[in-house]
Design a protein around this ligand. Structure first.
Ligand code: GRF
Length: 200
């Protein structure tokens, strides 16, 4: 899927983030020159991720949810298409996307659990509340459901005695910071086959 990208013709990706952007920082640090981050967008004007992008001279945009998600997603899609984005990477984008976007462009997401366990917000807290002894990280294609798209890669993370939410989230994020860039690199090397339904 996608295509085999090269340094002369890198895969053009956009990153969507709502928060601090530590996953964006790890993408900036770890991706090689077969991938080019051509834009960073957020649903929140105060997302620290936007500042990180500006510091890296990457174009930014804000698409607040507004009253109608489909209208927002049509505008977001137009922005992505204008920039010839080939892959959209959700890195802590804390809102669902509609079919206006996910039916037209390939989108991947990093989620802090071993899906299908603990979809939705604060998955690390959900794992603690459930008394689980292990959780993890999933990178998956995005459909219009809540963390339901086809899984590309997963990595377990142990839950230790005495872990609180902050400690567990930190341990999970350290894994996210490796797994997400690794999957993007594999996509850019054409090493991931896309299941039916994922737009080319
Ligand atoms: C990550 O833990 C991600 O899994 C979750 O939101 C967090 C975003 O962190 N969906 P950051 O903004 O990349 O630091």
């Amino acid at each position: 899927m996608i295509r085999a990208a090269t340094p002369d013709d890198p895969l053009r990706i956009a990153v969507l983030a709502s928060g601090t952007g530590s996953n964006l920082a790890s993408l900036l640090e770890r991706l090689d020159d077969t991938v080019s981050i051509v834009g960073v967008a957020s649903n929140r004007a105060d997302a620290i991720a936007l500042r990180r992008a500006q510091d890296a001279d990457i174009e930014t945009a804000i698409f607040p949810r507004g009253e109608d998600w489909a209208v927002r997603d049509r505008a977001l899609r137009a922005w992505l298409v204008e920039r010839r984005v080939e892959l959209v990477v959700l890195a802590g984008f804390l809102e669902l996307l509609t079919t206006e976007l996910v039916d037209h462009l390939p989108v991947i997401n990093v989620h802090p659990s071993l899906l299908p366990a603990f979809p939705g917000l604060k998955a690390w807290q959900q794992a603690l509340d459930a008394g689980a002894t292990e959780t993890g990280v999933t990178v998956h294609f995005v459909d219009a459901g809540l963390d339901t798209g086809p899984i590309i890669a997963q990595e377990p993370v142990p839950i230790r005695e005495g872990d609180d939410a902050a400690a567990l989230h930190l341990r999970i994020q350290a894994v996210e910071h490796l797994l997400l860039p690794d999957v993007v690199r594999r996509l850019a090397a054409n090493q991931v086959s896309a299941p039916a339904g994922v737009p080319a």
